[in-house]
Design a protein around this ligand. Structure first.
Ligand code: GDP
Length: 354
């Protein structure tokens, strides 16, 4: 009778020991929730960065840890911060502006953090903030904190991570959060829904359509800034400023009652930046007095709650193998004109709910 194969004990124990070592190493590399929260509260930039990396991670254990850190940081986000969204077409001078404007705010004693929302960075390898040469001054200033957009993600994913990162930054005492986004896609709508003040940078001389900026984006802005108002462009910038001034009067009134302002600056020569900050402050004062400031943040939270539910449902729906299979068939029927899209959708949703 043949002997049954004996399991190779040495190999087995070696593998499991290796796995255990790996687990220990992993655990060692990860600080505890308490360490992270205390580090963030003590403005420890290394621990803050580690916590943000956990937010950006796709690993379930990292996500769980990140969620606990965020929960514990929430009470420390007092709402006294100012979140500013900055958008504009590529080349308008966003990074030059943030570098100069951020520097001015640091000198005024504010604590500045810069984030970016750029879902296209997965294609362009980090088109904004990814390049170390951008914002060279701010990125080496120990008073500022800069974090590039997380790559390889959908807009929904980047938006969630950015919102969660804001919580950590505010718990770490950053009172001015600048969020950069490219003015060409849907990302500015996402950013608009997470900031208190929305600033649109424009080029002198060209209308917004020419700059590829949608009308809706212009109407969202609290402040329109014609950048590069220097050298040969000075007169052109003045003219553009006047043209935009005339145009904003025709915009539908904002719910906040704030009338959008128009100004000009030269980010390169650091001119016109104090006026911009004064406008941000005037906006803050007006909206705090009217009570709209807090109301707006509450509405934004409600918006993100609904938005997240939709996204999570969508992920579960399209990730369901039964749905994927049926969707293929139904899609073919719809394309062939044998079924109406609405009927097909209703059938799919019923299948999912069941
Ligand atoms: P971004 O793509 O919107 O981030 O634009 P950048 O900040 O990279 O600027 C694009 C180009 O415009 C660079 O060559 C900058 O030096 C230049 N630039 C930015 N701001 C100004 C400005 O105020 N005046 C002038 N003349 N050039 C500027």
């Amino acid at each position: 009778m043949p002997k049954p194969n004996k399991p190779d004990q040495s190999k087995r124990s070696f593998t499991s020991q290796e796995a255990i070592n790996k687990m220990i190493a992993n655990r060692k590399a990860l600080p505890s929730v308490e360490e992270l929260v205390a580090g963030i509260r003590n403005q420890n930039r290394v621990l803050l960065s580690k916590a943000i990396t956990l937010i950006e991670s796709t690993r379930t254990d990292h996500q769980q840890l990140a969620q606990q850190v965020i929960e514990q940081c929430l009470p420390y986000t007092t709402g006294s911060s100012i979140r500013i969204g900055i958008t504009g077409t590529p080349g308008v001078g966003k990074s030059t502006f943030i570098e100069a404007f951020g520097g001015l705010l640091l000198d005024q004693g504010r604590r500045v953090a810069v984030l970016a929302v750029d879902p296209t960075s997965q294609v362009s390898q980090g088109s904004i903030l990814g390049d170390k040469t951008r914002m060279a001054g701010l990125s080496t200033d120990p008073r500022a904190f800069i974090r590039p957009s997380s790559a390889g993600d959908s807009l929904g994913g980047v938006a969630r991570k950015t919102r969660e990162t804001i919580v950590l930054l505010e718990a770490a005492g950053y009172d001015t959060i600048l969020i950069e986004t490219v003015g060409v896609g849907q990302s500015e709508v996402a950013v608009y829904s997470m900031v208190d003040f929305f600033l649109l940078l424009l080029l002198p001389g060209a209308g917004d359509e020419l700059q590829g900026i949608k009308r809706g984006i212009v109407e969202m802005a609290d402040l329109l800034v014609v950048n590069k108002a220097d050298g040969d462009n000075t007169t052109l910038a003045k003219q553009s400023r006047q043209a935009y001034k005339n145009a904003v009067h025709l915009f539908p009134p904002k719910e906040s009652n704030w009338t959008p302002k128009v100004t000009q600056c030269s980010a390169l020569n650091k001119e016109g930046l104090s006026e911009i900050w004064e406008t941000v402050e005037a906006h803050h004062n007006q909206l705090t007095e009217s009570g709209y400031w807090g109301q707006c943040r509450q509405e934004q939270s409600a918006y993100w709650l609904r938005e997240t539910v939709q996204r999570l449902l969508g992920e579960q729906f399209y990730g369901d193998p039964a749905i994927q299979k049926r969707l293929k068939t139904l899609e073919a029927e719809v394309l062939a004109g044998n079924k109406m899209p609405f009927t097909a959708a209703t059938e799919l949703v019923s299948l999912f709910v069941r």
